[in-house]
Design a protein around this ligand. Sequence first.
Ligand code: CUA
Length: 318
Amino acid sequence: MGPWPNDPQGPQARAIADLYWILFGAAVIVLAIVVGALVVAGLRFRERPGHVARQYHGHNLLELIWTVIPTLMVITFAVLSFQRLTYINDVDSGAAMTVKVHARQWVWTFEYPQEQMFKTNDGYLQGAEELHIPVAQKVKLDLDSTDVIHSFFIPGLGGKKDAVPGRETALWVQADRPGTYKGQCTEFCGTGHADMLITIVAQNQADYADWAGKAVAKANAITDPETKKGQQLFLSLACAGCHTVKGTTAGGKVGPDLTNIAVRNTIAGVLSPVNDANLKKWIGNPPAVKPGTIMPNLGLDQPTIDAIVKYLLTLDGK
Ligand code: CUA
């Protein structure tokens, strides 16, 4: 992190920030010249008794100057902008890997590439809310949405792209240094919009391989098919957008950490003990159990609830 939270942390953000400062600098210079000329004109050439102002109408040199200079400026800014647009929109060339990003109300989920390091026993690594990328490498993100328009934006890394239902869009991200970069859905998408956070964790090669290895091992540790299904549902539905399960790819920060839910005493502080029946009651309709809770009724069907609860009951923090 630089002195300001949104200092550019990658090449794309830098390209945008540089252009911004060029435009800002030019605007300040133009403002100074125009205001300066106005003040001088007002002081020296204002109307006074016995003084007739000189007339400049039809003055070729002056008209040429104030036509040509702004035209050159506009052309320069247009060229600089198009250069950067081309750079930003070039999602493919030099990309080290492609991650599929799915937006839904109100969570971002990720499908890591079909490469050996992400391979689990029954597919490839998936995640929610927290995206891990290798540092100093261009990573392409393919975006889609299952419901409404969302927008993927990590200010520090630059670039912003809408996720649109029925259409594929793409952007790329690259981080200069290892670190955690925060982002947010920037298209109003319903009541949970403000909670639709994004975290990108950039890691050096060794840490990245280590993280992937552990996440794959954790995914493989579950062998029972229904529990497995529950985990997949947990990660792909809205759950993982709000809740963290340490050691998995669920990193939501809005709701409580569920890493050891199975060995806790209460659910949401109102239902006790933590068991199959109480968990099902809670997930089936949280506001009915605890009026005013921010956890919405997701309208899940019974088999889905059963599978998720089965998975949750395996979470003992170990
Ligand atoms: Cu998704 Cu706002």
